[in-house]
Design a protein around this ligand. Sequence first.
Ligand code: TRP
Length: 455
Amino acid sequence: MKEKRLGFATRMGAIAATVGSAVGLGNIWRFPYQAGENGGGAYILVYLICVVLLGIPIMMSEFIIGSSTHKSMKGAVQQLTPGSPFKIFAYVGVLGALLICGYYCVVCGWVIEYLWASASGTLLGHSPEEYDTIFKTFVSSPDRCLLWTLLFLVLNFLVLSRGIKNGIERLSNVMMPLLFLLLIVFCVNSLLLPDSDDGMDFLFNIDFYELGWKGVVDAMGQAFMSLSLGVTCLITYSSYFKEDTRLMRDAVTISALDTLVAILAGIVIFPAVFSFDMQPNAGPDLIFNTLPTIFQQMPGGIVWAVAFFVLLFFASITSTISLSEIPVTFLIDEYKMSRGKAIAITAVLMTVISVLSALSFSTLSDVKLFDKNIFDFLDYVGPNFFMLLGGLVTAIYVGWVLKKDVIHKQLTNGGKHKSRFVQPYIIFCLRYIAPVAIVIIFLYYTGVLKYLDLF
Ligand code: TRP
């Protein structure tokens, strides 16, 4: 007998889980430092344009594939277009998810270390230079990095083992509202700091001179990362959506909430950075070095530090569960495995990759792939190769290959609602804008454009 495929129980739960996937280190760690490096306001403006022209259409393309079939990528493509070679990209998605999760969990391990250090009172009370040393010493100590990464993985798979409704949906229903609440408290606090206007100016003043082409390409890549696009994550989640889900409305809600969190994270960080005379362009170390320096100068610093790393923990675990669910659902759908077995296999694979990347600043620092250590390599190929390739493939598949009536049925819930403007907008973006943009990012990252002297 065919087992019934159980999905999200409520619309709110499905949205909370998908926002949970989207809101992650990408919003709170990556977006602020990228905005900081690329001049602030102009970067944010380009980012918003990317969300509208690339993000929402590609999110919709994934939703259409998943929710029309209630299957993950491979089965979905087989059902929608029998015999189509596009199904092989399901493997690209699964592999991409494993690799991305492999380095993402290491950063989540850093978050737990900083949470622990804040709570035990050892984080605060150092000079800015010392924070730099503390961070470098920590990432190059194999045992502590491994310990926290493994602990994080255990928590991650415990949630997954409880299933879509009782694990993912329940956790997201609790964590996402708390995350918003915490963020708002942080924002208010930041805005009340002396000279917070300078930070707001930096964040919202539009200065294209600082942006450059690198900033434009970074913003496009960031939209992919932040909205969880390209590695079939949203196909997987939407395969568990309820039948009557209004995809476009939910895609807009999810993208808007995700963008709001990124901007709120900027409002938390930059006014504080300027108020305490720090540099906004500290790069990836921004939250691990700059923020502790700021927290310790604030009254009740320990509480702020703990709350911040708790917030970051919530954001990250709801993202890693979505990444891990990709291989899990794939194994269940394609090999008819029990959920337990699929989780066990995924856990082993993910642990191996995470351990390798956790050790890549210490024991394995000499192992180089294309001149990068394992962590940096995964951080490079995940977003720059797997997400982009996957995004390109889903855009082409839904824009050019899939029958219009499948798309129409999904957009109108079988004719119940109108979609006069939505369908042409989605199709136009998927057919023309997304492929051109993705090819440009691709050429940029691979250095071809530089070689041709175009950027
Ligand atoms: N969107 C998450 C972030 O911003 C990361 C993430 C979760 C992701 N699931 C994904 C990225 C699937 C790409 C694909 O941190």
